[in-house]
Design a protein around this ligand. Structure first.
Ligand code: AMP
Length: 290
Protein backbone atom coordinates (compact mmCIF):
# COMPACT_ATOMS: atom_id res chain seq x y z
CA UNK A 1 0.00 0.00 0.00
CA UNK A 2 1.34 3.38 -1.02
CA UNK A 3 1.27 6.06 1.68
CA UNK A 4 1.18 9.49 0.06
CA UNK A 5 1.62 12.68 2.06
CA UNK A 6 1.52 15.15 -0.80
CA UNK A 7 -0.83 15.96 -3.67
CA UNK A 8 2.06 15.47 -6.09
CA UNK A 9 2.77 11.96 -4.80
CA UNK A 10 -0.85 10.74 -4.92
CA UNK A 11 -1.42 12.33 -8.34
CA UNK A 12 1.65 10.64 -9.78
CA UNK A 13 0.53 7.27 -8.44
CA UNK A 14 -3.00 7.69 -9.82
CA UNK A 15 -1.83 8.93 -13.20
CA UNK A 16 0.12 5.68 -13.55
CA UNK A 17 -2.91 3.60 -12.60
CA UNK A 18 -5.28 5.56 -14.81
CA UNK A 19 -3.16 4.88 -17.86
CA UNK A 20 -4.17 1.21 -17.56
CA UNK A 21 -7.85 2.20 -17.74
CA UNK A 22 -8.66 0.71 -14.32
CA UNK A 23 -11.33 2.49 -12.26
CA UNK A 24 -10.24 4.42 -9.19
CA UNK A 25 -12.59 4.46 -6.18
CA UNK A 26 -12.04 6.87 -3.29
CA UNK A 27 -13.09 6.46 0.36
CA UNK A 28 -12.62 9.71 2.31
CA UNK A 29 -12.28 9.36 6.10
CA UNK A 30 -11.06 11.25 9.13
CA UNK A 31 -9.20 8.17 10.36
CA UNK A 32 -9.37 6.29 13.67
CA UNK A 33 -10.89 3.57 11.58
CA UNK A 34 -13.51 1.06 12.73
CA UNK A 35 -15.50 -1.68 11.00
CA UNK A 36 -17.90 0.91 9.56
CA UNK A 37 -15.03 2.48 7.61
CA UNK A 38 -13.75 -0.95 6.59
CA UNK A 39 -17.16 -1.86 5.18
CA UNK A 40 -16.76 1.18 2.91
CA UNK A 41 -13.36 -0.10 1.75
CA UNK A 42 -14.98 -3.44 0.83
CA UNK A 43 -17.74 -1.71 -1.12
CA UNK A 44 -15.09 0.35 -2.89
CA UNK A 45 -13.23 -2.84 -3.82
CA UNK A 46 -16.45 -4.39 -5.14
CA UNK A 47 -17.00 -1.30 -7.33
CA UNK A 48 -13.37 -1.08 -8.47
CA UNK A 49 -13.00 -4.78 -9.24
CA UNK A 50 -9.78 -6.70 -8.84
CA UNK A 51 -8.13 -4.66 -11.60
CA UNK A 52 -9.27 -1.33 -10.17
CA UNK A 53 -7.69 0.75 -7.44
CA UNK A 54 -9.05 1.68 -4.03
CA UNK A 55 -7.72 4.88 -2.50
CA UNK A 56 -8.53 5.91 1.08
CA UNK A 57 -7.90 9.35 2.49
CA UNK A 58 -7.27 10.17 6.12
CA UNK A 59 -7.63 13.84 6.95
CA UNK A 60 -9.20 15.41 10.03
CA UNK A 61 -10.56 18.41 8.17
CA UNK A 62 -10.40 21.53 10.36
CA UNK A 63 -12.86 23.53 8.23
CA UNK A 64 -15.78 21.23 9.06
CA UNK A 65 -15.38 21.73 12.84
CA UNK A 66 -16.89 24.74 14.62
CA UNK A 67 -14.82 26.83 17.08
CA UNK A 68 -16.16 24.98 20.15
CA UNK A 69 -16.16 21.51 18.61
CA UNK A 70 -13.80 18.59 19.02
CA UNK A 71 -11.18 19.15 16.29
CA UNK A 72 -8.29 19.05 18.80
CA UNK A 73 -9.57 16.05 20.76
CA UNK A 74 -10.75 14.07 17.71
CA UNK A 75 -9.13 10.61 18.13
CA UNK A 76 -6.18 9.81 15.88
CA UNK A 77 -4.04 6.67 15.39
CA UNK A 78 -2.43 6.71 11.99
CA UNK A 79 -0.19 3.64 12.39
CA UNK A 80 -3.14 1.45 13.33
CA UNK A 81 -5.22 2.94 10.48
CA UNK A 82 -2.50 2.11 7.94
CA UNK A 83 -2.37 -1.50 9.21
CA UNK A 84 -6.14 -1.86 8.87
CA UNK A 85 -6.17 -0.38 5.37
CA UNK A 86 -3.31 -2.65 4.34
CA UNK A 87 -5.19 -5.70 5.59
CA UNK A 88 -8.22 -4.64 3.52
CA UNK A 89 -6.11 -4.55 0.37
CA UNK A 90 -6.39 -0.78 -0.11
CA UNK A 91 -3.96 0.33 -2.83
CA UNK A 92 -3.06 3.79 -1.58
CA UNK A 93 -3.78 6.15 1.28
CA UNK A 94 -3.63 9.91 0.99
CA UNK A 95 -2.78 11.29 4.43
CA UNK A 96 -1.75 14.92 4.04
CA UNK A 97 -1.15 17.50 6.76
CA UNK A 98 -3.26 20.65 6.95
CA UNK A 99 -0.74 22.86 5.15
CA UNK A 100 -0.68 20.45 2.20
CA UNK A 101 -4.45 20.74 1.81
CA UNK A 102 -5.15 24.40 2.60
CA UNK A 103 -3.28 27.34 1.16
CA UNK A 104 -3.62 30.22 3.65
CA UNK A 105 -4.56 32.48 0.68
CA UNK A 106 -7.45 30.21 -0.39
CA UNK A 107 -10.75 32.02 -0.91
CA UNK A 108 -12.94 29.53 -2.76
CA UNK A 109 -15.65 27.49 -1.05
CA UNK A 110 -18.26 24.97 -2.17
CA UNK A 111 -21.68 25.06 -0.56
CA UNK A 112 -25.04 23.42 -1.14
CA UNK A 113 -26.98 26.56 -0.30
CA UNK A 114 -30.21 25.02 1.03
CA UNK A 115 -29.15 21.60 2.34
CA UNK A 116 -26.25 23.11 4.29
CA UNK A 117 -28.60 25.30 6.36
CA UNK A 118 -31.00 22.71 7.75
CA UNK A 119 -30.86 19.87 10.31
CA UNK A 120 -27.18 19.22 11.27
CA UNK A 121 -26.31 22.36 9.29
CA UNK A 122 -28.35 24.38 11.77
CA UNK A 123 -26.65 22.76 14.78
CA UNK A 124 -23.19 23.02 13.19
CA UNK A 125 -23.11 26.18 11.04
CA UNK A 126 -20.43 25.96 8.36
CA UNK A 127 -20.01 22.20 8.79
CA UNK A 128 -21.32 21.18 5.37
CA UNK A 129 -19.42 23.99 3.64
CA UNK A 130 -16.25 22.48 5.12
CA UNK A 131 -17.28 18.99 4.03
CA UNK A 132 -18.29 19.99 0.48
CA UNK A 133 -15.14 22.05 0.00
CA UNK A 134 -12.73 19.36 1.21
CA UNK A 135 -14.48 16.59 -0.74
CA UNK A 136 -14.31 18.76 -3.89
CA UNK A 137 -10.59 19.18 -3.29
CA UNK A 138 -10.14 15.42 -2.78
CA UNK A 139 -12.09 14.77 -5.99
CA UNK A 140 -9.91 17.27 -7.87
CA UNK A 141 -6.68 15.83 -6.46
CA UNK A 142 -7.59 12.16 -6.97
CA UNK A 143 -10.15 12.37 -9.82
CA UNK A 144 -11.89 9.14 -8.80
CA UNK A 145 -14.52 7.42 -10.92
CA UNK A 146 -16.57 6.76 -7.80
CA UNK A 147 -16.48 7.61 -4.10
CA UNK A 148 -18.06 5.77 -1.16
CA UNK A 149 -19.72 7.50 1.81
CA UNK A 150 -21.68 6.06 4.74
CA UNK A 151 -25.42 6.42 5.24
CA UNK A 152 -24.51 6.99 8.89
CA UNK A 153 -23.96 10.63 7.83
CA UNK A 154 -27.26 10.77 5.96
CA UNK A 155 -27.36 14.50 5.36
CA UNK A 156 -23.69 14.53 4.34
CA UNK A 157 -24.48 11.91 1.69
CA UNK A 158 -27.38 14.07 0.44
CA UNK A 159 -25.13 17.16 0.36
CA UNK A 160 -22.43 15.32 -1.59
CA UNK A 161 -24.86 13.76 -4.08
CA UNK A 162 -26.36 17.19 -4.69
CA UNK A 163 -22.94 18.81 -5.04
CA UNK A 164 -21.65 16.16 -7.48
CA UNK A 165 -24.81 16.51 -9.57
CA UNK A 166 -25.01 20.31 -9.51
CA UNK A 167 -21.35 20.80 -10.40
CA UNK A 168 -21.17 17.98 -12.99
CA UNK A 169 -18.32 16.38 -11.09
CA UNK A 170 -18.63 13.09 -12.95
CA UNK A 171 -17.97 11.13 -9.77
CA UNK A 172 -20.42 8.36 -8.93
CA UNK A 173 -21.47 8.71 -5.27
CA UNK A 174 -22.08 5.35 -3.56
CA UNK A 175 -23.92 5.11 -0.22
CA UNK A 176 -22.98 2.38 2.29
CA UNK A 177 -25.27 0.98 5.03
CA UNK A 178 -24.70 1.85 8.71
CA UNK A 179 -22.54 -0.65 10.64
CA UNK A 180 -23.49 -1.14 14.29
CA UNK A 181 -22.02 -2.61 17.47
CA UNK A 182 -23.70 -5.74 18.87
CA UNK A 183 -25.92 -3.59 21.13
CA UNK A 184 -27.07 -1.45 18.20
CA UNK A 185 -24.88 1.63 18.72
CA UNK A 186 -23.81 2.96 15.33
CA UNK A 187 -20.03 2.65 14.98
CA UNK A 188 -18.26 5.98 15.24
CA UNK A 189 -14.70 7.13 15.87
CA UNK A 190 -16.19 9.26 18.66
CA UNK A 191 -17.57 6.25 20.61
CA UNK A 192 -14.19 5.74 22.36
CA UNK A 193 -14.61 9.13 24.00
CA UNK A 194 -17.83 8.06 25.78
CA UNK A 195 -17.47 7.40 29.52
CA UNK A 196 -18.43 3.82 30.52
CA UNK A 197 -21.80 5.04 31.81
CA UNK A 198 -22.47 7.03 28.64
CA UNK A 199 -21.36 4.10 26.46
CA UNK A 200 -23.89 1.92 28.31
CA UNK A 201 -26.63 4.53 27.77
CA UNK A 202 -25.85 5.35 24.11
CA UNK A 203 -27.74 2.41 22.50
CA UNK A 204 -30.93 4.35 23.35
CA UNK A 205 -30.55 5.96 19.89
CA UNK A 206 -30.83 2.59 18.14
CA UNK A 207 -33.67 1.55 20.45
CA UNK A 208 -35.63 4.70 19.62
CA UNK A 209 -35.11 4.02 15.91
CA UNK A 210 -36.19 0.36 16.28
CA UNK A 211 -39.42 1.48 17.94
CA UNK A 212 -40.02 4.09 15.24
CA UNK A 213 -39.55 1.52 12.50
CA UNK A 214 -42.30 -0.60 14.06
CA UNK A 215 -44.66 2.37 14.49
CA UNK A 216 -44.13 3.84 11.00
CA UNK A 217 -46.55 1.50 9.14
CA UNK A 218 -49.45 2.18 11.56
CA UNK A 219 -50.72 5.34 9.82
CA UNK A 220 -49.06 7.53 12.47
CA UNK A 221 -48.34 11.18 11.66
CA UNK A 222 -44.76 12.39 11.39
CA UNK A 223 -45.20 14.73 14.35
CA UNK A 224 -46.57 11.99 16.64
CA UNK A 225 -43.80 9.63 15.61
CA UNK A 226 -41.29 12.37 16.37
CA UNK A 227 -42.80 12.87 19.86
CA UNK A 228 -42.49 9.14 20.57
CA UNK A 229 -38.86 9.06 19.48
CA UNK A 230 -38.04 12.14 21.55
CA UNK A 231 -39.77 10.65 24.62
CA UNK A 232 -37.73 7.45 24.31
CA UNK A 233 -34.50 9.42 24.07
CA UNK A 234 -35.46 11.71 26.95
CA UNK A 235 -36.19 8.62 29.05
CA UNK A 236 -32.42 8.17 29.19
CA UNK A 237 -31.21 10.74 31.74
CA UNK A 238 -27.62 10.83 30.38
CA UNK A 239 -28.78 11.77 26.88
CA UNK A 240 -28.99 15.44 25.86
CA UNK A 241 -31.26 15.45 22.83
CA UNK A 242 -30.01 17.96 20.26
CA UNK A 243 -32.51 17.23 17.52
CA UNK A 244 -35.04 14.69 16.29
CA UNK A 245 -36.29 15.17 12.74
CA UNK A 246 -38.45 13.16 10.41
CA UNK A 247 -37.97 14.08 6.77
CA UNK A 248 -38.74 12.74 3.32
CA UNK A 249 -36.01 10.13 2.79
CA UNK A 250 -35.36 11.20 -0.79
CA UNK A 251 -35.50 15.01 -0.56
CA UNK A 252 -35.08 15.76 3.18
CA UNK A 253 -38.22 17.94 2.88
CA UNK A 254 -40.43 18.29 5.97
CA UNK A 255 -43.47 15.99 6.24
CA UNK A 256 -46.94 17.12 7.31
CA UNK A 257 -49.54 14.54 8.40
CA UNK A 258 -49.25 10.76 8.08
CA UNK A 259 -46.27 9.17 6.40
CA UNK A 260 -47.01 8.36 2.77
CA UNK A 261 -43.50 7.81 1.44
CA UNK A 262 -40.24 6.48 2.92
CA UNK A 263 -39.09 8.84 5.65
CA UNK A 264 -35.79 9.20 7.44
CA UNK A 265 -35.59 9.70 11.19
CA UNK A 266 -32.51 11.75 12.01
CA UNK A 267 -31.15 11.90 15.57
CA UNK A 268 -28.46 14.06 17.12
CA UNK A 269 -27.80 13.40 20.80
CA UNK A 270 -24.93 14.43 23.08
CA UNK A 271 -23.51 12.41 25.95
CA UNK A 272 -21.19 14.65 27.94
CA UNK A 273 -19.03 16.34 25.31
CA UNK A 274 -19.56 13.58 22.75
CA UNK A 275 -21.93 14.36 19.87
CA UNK A 276 -23.56 11.28 18.32
CA UNK A 277 -25.80 10.97 15.28
CA UNK A 278 -27.85 8.11 13.94
CA UNK A 279 -30.70 7.62 11.48
CA UNK A 280 -33.07 5.09 10.01
CA UNK A 281 -35.20 5.05 6.87
CA UNK A 282 -38.72 3.86 7.76
CA UNK A 283 -41.60 2.86 5.52
CA UNK A 284 -45.30 3.73 5.74
CA UNK A 285 -46.31 0.24 4.62
CA UNK A 286 -45.09 -3.03 6.14
CA UNK A 287 -42.55 -4.98 4.09
CA UNK A 288 -44.23 -7.49 1.75
CA UNK A 289 -44.30 -11.12 2.83
CA UNK A 290 -41.81 -13.14 0.79
P1 AMP B 1 -15.55 9.80 9.26
O1 AMP B 1 -14.17 9.25 9.42
O2 AMP B 1 -16.36 9.80 10.50
O3 AMP B 1 -15.57 11.12 8.51
O4 AMP B 1 -16.30 8.78 8.31
C1 AMP B 1 -15.78 8.45 7.04
C2 AMP B 1 -16.86 7.75 6.26
O5 AMP B 1 -17.25 6.57 6.96
C3 AMP B 1 -18.12 8.61 6.09
O6 AMP B 1 -18.62 8.44 4.77
C4 AMP B 1 -19.05 8.03 7.12
O7 AMP B 1 -20.42 8.19 6.79
C5 AMP B 1 -18.65 6.58 7.10
N1 AMP B 1 -19.02 5.92 8.35
C6 AMP B 1 -18.73 6.32 9.61
N2 AMP B 1 -19.29 5.51 10.52
C7 AMP B 1 -19.96 4.56 9.82
C8 AMP B 1 -20.76 3.43 10.18
N3 AMP B 1 -20.99 3.10 11.46
N4 AMP B 1 -21.30 2.67 9.19
C9 AMP B 1 -21.09 2.99 7.89
N5 AMP B 1 -20.35 4.06 7.48
C10 AMP B 1 -19.80 4.82 8.43
Amino acid sequence: MQICRTKTAIRARITDWRSTGAPVVLVPTMGFLHDGHLSLMRLARARAGEQGRVVASIFVNPTQFGPNEDFESYPRDEARDFDLLRSEGVDAVFAPDIAEVYDPQAQTIVETTELAKVLIGKLRPGHFRGVATVVTKLFNIIRPDAAVFGEKDYQQLAVLRTMARDLDMGVEIIGAPIQREADGLAMSSRNVRLSPADRAAAPVLARALDQAEIMAPTGITASRLRSHVRATLEGEPRARVQSVDIRDAATLDTIAGPLTRPAVILLAVSFGKVFLIDNRVVHPTPPEEP
